[in-house]
Write a protein that binds this ligand. Sequence first.
Ligand code: SF4
Length: 500
Amino acid sequence: MRNLSKSKLIAFRQCPKRLWLEIHRPELREDSAATQASFAVGNTVGNIARQLYDPQGKGVLLDAQRDGFDAVFKRSAELLSSDQPIFEAGYAIEGALAFADVMLPVWEKGKKVWRMVEVKSSTGVKDYHRDDTAIQAYIARKAGVPLASIALAHIDSEWVYPGRGDYRGLLKECELTDEAFSRTDEVAEIIASAQKVAAKKAEPKIVTGDQCGTPFACGFFDYCQAQEPQAKYPVHWLPRIQSSALREYIDANPALDLRDTPDDLLNPLQQRVKLHTLSGATFFDEQGAVAELEVHTLPAYFLDFETIQFAVPIWKGTRPYQQIPFQFSLHRLGRTGKLEAQAFLDLSGNDPSRCFAEALVEVCGKSGPVYVYNAGFEGARISELAERFSRLATALRAIKERLVDLHPITKANYYHPSQCGSWSIKAVLPAIAPDLSYEELDGVQNGGMAMEAYLEAIHPDTSDERKAEIERQLLAYCGLDTFAMVRLWQFLSGRHDLKL
Ligand code: SF4
């Protein structure tokens, strides 16, 4: 029998095939950039947790990668007689092993026992965290640890960083002792079932489905999907599948093609996607689009933000995971058709928020529509800036009042088969302005890449030359976002008289 780690047991809970592949075909796994980024976030939160649970630095940090599993199991057992916090202590039983983020000695009725804390970078307790703590507690107790309690510490998204490296309050504990201790039989069953799957010679026959993205994006998805028949017109192109009848129908027919989807299960927008995707004909309600846009006169502004977020805030006055805008692009289209571009980008590494807000107020003028694509995002960021900077609040709220969202106008009036059911600006642009392309941009081509580029640019080790290159790429990317909106507006409003 092999010893399954806690992460393998959690993989089994997600999907037995995932566990089997993790063991027998690990080379097939391809973690997305988002998954890899989440590992890095977990490490950062783990480092802060060690400071918080051991402010005097008296604890012991074990390292199984460096010292080997057996050495860590032995040392972890020895340290149970000490009075020090232990980090990454390892425990093994027949068939399973686990490492505890934090072990704290506590005294109950004159006897030393231990409190275990699992640290997560999420902002709340999720179902798989409950499995995680139950498995963790089971293994530790079976291995002989006098465990008195177990808690899960997650990030408190309401906490505001006071600065000076003071992260007290960042983590919020949720007590899970009773629940974890009561699941002993269930965990034993999970381990036994996982062992049976791990011992199989052939991989389990399981088709892709909702489990592939919950609770984690599975790194074997491409492999699994390639084993399945591919729909020519995948049913996931249908927008916003909310009807339970449609969901049940799709779940019962995993390789479903749009052609086989009954019309009576589809709402009008889904029927439009089906009809125009299959026929190859574009849908364009030109009059409807013009009517929605002609109420907004020129001059008009076209605005787009880029933001960054940190699980562990680095700037005073900000919250964990707060979206902090560091860049905007703005195009101003005058009454005569004159187009002017403006931009703000702060790569200093300091909190860009105040300068961003000041620059925004300066370039947006006092009147005229401010077009955005998905107004909720820019609107929320403007509201947050108004809350933080009272002197600018009135002007910022006035800008928010002027936001006009091109996304619902596009969605209501236009669909090209090449959009494959998406109205993201990157899906719409090739249809209405094929001369513009994100793929031809050098370096930064999407929001995720913009975040990565920003982090690289503010890193102290980044050279001035590289920083200048990133600056160029970010300005080109964000500028294309707003110029794309200008062209989309022109297309929808029928203002082909303007030379843009
Ligand atoms: S991609 Fe889906 S079906 Fe394949 S192993 Fe992962 S969770 Fe299981």
